[in-house]
Design a protein around this ligand. Structure first.
Ligand SMILES: C[S@@+](CC[C@H](N)C(=O)[O-])C[C@H]1O[C@@H](n2cnc3c(N)ncnc32)[C@H](O)[C@@H]1O
Length: 155
């Protein structure tokens, strides 16, 4: 497992190096905003996990996960509260939440390989109650349909 996008380099910086000039909307396009990028990342990470058991990158670093859990603790978020991790990647944050005692947790990601990877990791950890779903948050949240709600009910 490796900690990542903390400003000191790593894959996020590598992905940004492919940036071009600003588009009509004024935003500089980034590979980090494409599903193709994340599919390629998690296909590679899934193979690495299968071959070596390495859980892969924690994009915002372990400290950010711990900070979030401390925040939830301070706010007295009940352990049975439903928690949704959007863009769960390898699902390591869900693993930490489950180890901490949260019992109603779901991870979604639009990369099927990320969902496969997070499923393998949670299975290896013996955490069978974590729900995972291959789902595009942006598309599922388009009004007027509440597809996210409907999809999550089927998780
Ligand atoms: C920077 S990575 C973070 C992964 C993980 N949460 C972590 O901290 O290591 C961003 C994740 O969001 C996912 N993602 C990006 N846009 C998404 C969308 N519209 N719906 C679902 N997942 C999305 C990507 O596939 C990727 O796994």
């Amino acid at each position: 497992m490796s900690a990542g996008a903390d400003g000191s380099g790593g894959p996020a910086v590598a992905a940004r190096s492919g940036e071009g000039s600003p588009g009509e909307d004024g935003f500089v396009p980034s590979a980090l905003g494409t599903r193709e990028h994340w599919d390629a990342v998690y296909e590679r990470e899934l193979r690495t996990f299968q071959e070596y058991g390495d859980t892969g990158e924690i994009w915002f670093g372990e400290e950010s996960m711990n900070r979030l859990i401390r925040w939830m603790q301070k706010r007295k978020i009940p352990l049975d509260a439903s928690v949704l991790d959007i863009g769960t990647g390898n699902g390591v944050f869900l693993v930490e939440l489950a180890k901490f005692g949260f019992s109603n947790i779901t991870g979604i990601d639009y990369s099927p390989s990320a969902i496969q990877l997070s499923g393998s990791i949670t299975e290896k950890e013996g955490l069978s109650n974590i729900k995972l779903k291959d789902l595009n948050f942006s598309k599922s949240c388009q009004p007027p349909s509440s597809a996210l709600e409907a999809d999550l009910e089927t998780v």
